[in-house]
Write a protein that binds this ligand. Structure first.
Ligand SMILES: Cc1cc2nc3c(=O)[nH]c(=O)nc-3n(C[C@H](O)[C@H](O)[C@H](O)COP(=O)(O)OP(=O)(O)OC[C@H]3O[C@@H](n4cnc5c(N)ncnc54)[C@H](O)[C@@H]3O)c2cc1C
Length: 458
């Protein structure tokens, strides 16, 4: 299908001459077509040898296993991951807003791990990058020639005073960054819309996965209440640790306009210090620069419903292995010190890292991991062959910000925070929310995750 043909189709859709189901079918066809073409272009195989250990079998780890298995003639790959289940985490937002059922977002891990990969169902608790071995909790030491480090992000619940993972939901304080948490949020959101009151929504000051998620659940609550006819009973406030609501300028004006139109004030430069779940109060700090000095002003906000995001970092065992950045903005979270283009560790050249744990100056999303996988895999194979790695990652990340039940502001961008709109969306005005992007978010991305990305396709 050519771009001009697709353009015609989109015009027809915009005139509402075509059913959404038909458009969805075309979108899937275009996606598959482009995946097949990409695969053809990337047909590749190598006789390279070496024992590869992958730590963490989530979005990035399983996709790497599948990709390496396809590209290596005789792969020797061990995957270490403790989880029974593979979660499609972008679906947590849709569970928390009642669009998906909890069972829609996961599959058994054993069904996702590609055949021929040795799975050690265990957690890694230490890495020794000098002696090339990892230590597991129950299976002792595992040696490697090459390490793929993809254990994702650590959510530091306890760094919010008065909160812990076990307390999630207590005092109507919720967080969708967790499977159970998303389910509790949906129950609480419906009750909040019915009863009314004040809703406080926050993000966090550290790098965190899918920076759009807290904005999405705030807007979805507003839209849900509006659809229930109870919006007037709700006061909603958004608090962000950032200096602006969003840092990709192409999308920011419309996002801010949406918050304004929907009467949700935005409070900048604020971070959550703690939550008093008994009193239903959030303790904030406003952090501002005045005359070159950092001024910290504490303040307290009452809430009836709270959505908060805990600080996040690389997992402790990664930090303790000395694999993280030691200086610069990525040092605080202990994010893995990789070259931002090749994804190879800057000190240990037999380690590649990608996904949420990697110290990359872009957003932590599975869309980013999807693009990182073929680059990391090809570069790893080059290392195994003793060649110079040449593939380069441009920082592509995507965050579909769901603005209401039916529209998504599909933010795609690169390291320079310039928009990188994928076809066929490049034919629409993507600085605004689009219902075609909602169809992509709700119907297309999940099957593409389980049957495309995790199978080693682009
Ligand atoms: C609420 C929410 C909304 C999101 N929305 C979007 C979205 O709209 N679009 C988007 O692209 N992305 C979104 N994301 C982000 C996306 O899910 C992550 O960026 C992606 O999953 C990162 O992949 P990963 O492989 O690095 O980590 P993960 O997928 O989290 O996988 C990490 C794996 O490592 C394993 N592991 C952890 N510790 C150890 C250990 N010690 N030893 C061995 N294994 C270990 C875990 O069991 C897990 O299987 C969202 C995430 C959340 C939570």
């Amino acid at each position: 299908m050519s771009e001009s043909q697709f353009s015609e189709i989109l015009t027809t859709i915009e005139q509402k001459g075509m059913s959404r189901r038909r458009f969805f079918q075309l979108l899937m066809a275009a996606g598959l077509l482009s995946a097949v073409n990409t695969e053809k272009a990337q047909a590749f195989s190598s006789k390279a040898k070496g024992k590869i250990v992958i730590v963490g079998g989530g979005a990035a780890g399983i996709a790497m296993a599948a990709r390496l298995k396809r590209w290596l003639d005789k792969p020797d790959i061990t995957l270490i991951d403790p989880s029974d289940r593979q979660f499609y985490q972008p679906g947590f937002t849709l569970i928390a807003s009642g669009v998906y059922q909890p069972d829609d977002v996961w599959k058994k891990q054993e069904d996702c791990i590609p055949g021929g990969i040795k799975w050690i169902k265990d957690s890694v608790r230490a890495i020794d990058p000098v002696w090339n071995q990892v230590t597991t909790v129950a299976n002792g030491k595992v040696a490697y020639d090459f390490l793929v480090l993809t254990p994702g992000i650590q959510i530091n619940w306890d760094q919010v005073e008065g909160m812990s993972y076990d307390q999630l939901g207590t005092g109507n304080a919720h967080c969708i960054y967790d499977f159970q948490g998303a389910q509790k949020t949906w129950k609480a959101m419906q009750e909040f819309a019915r009863k009314g009151g004040r809703g406080v929504y926050t993000d966090t000051y550290t790098k965190h996965k899918c920076g759009g998620a807290p904005k999405k659940i705030c807007l979805l609550t507003e839209d849900y209440a509006r659809k229930q006819g109870t919006r007037d009973g709700l006061q909603l406030d958004y608090f962000t640790a950032e200096r602006d609501l969003y840092d990709v300028k192409f999308f920011t004006p419309r996002l801010k306009a949406i918050y304004k139109e929907r009467n949700i004030p935005i409070n900048l430069n604020t971070r959550v210090k703690g939550i008093d779940t008994a009193a239903k109060q959030v303790h904030f700090e406003r952090i501002e620069k005045k005359d070159g000095e950092t001024v910290v002003t504490p303040f307290v906000e009452d809430y009836d419903f709270l959505h908060f995001v805990p600080p996040m970092s690389a997992p402790d065992f990664v930090k303790e292995a000395g694999l993280g950045f030691s200086e610069g903005s990525l040092a605080e979270g202990g994010w893995v010190m990789v070259d931002k283009e090749t994804l190879i560790h800057k000190k240990y050249s037999n380690i590649v890292s990608l996904g949420d744990v990697a110290g990359l100056p872009t957003s932590k999303t599975s869309a980013a991991a999807r693009v990182q996988v073929p680059i990391a895999a090809k570069n790893l194979i080059s290392l195994m062959e003793g060649k110079e790695p040449v593939e380069k990652y441009n920082g592509y990340a995507a965050c579909p910000i769901v603005t209401d039940y039916g529209h998504v502001l599909l933010c795609e961008f690169d390291y320079n925070k310039e928009p990188m709109i994928s076809f066929p969306f490049s034919l629409l005005d993507m600085s605004k929310e689009q219902w075609a992007a909602w169809l992509l978010k709700v119907y297309v991305l999940k099957p593409l995750y389980f049957y495309g990305m995790l199978k080693g396709y682009a």
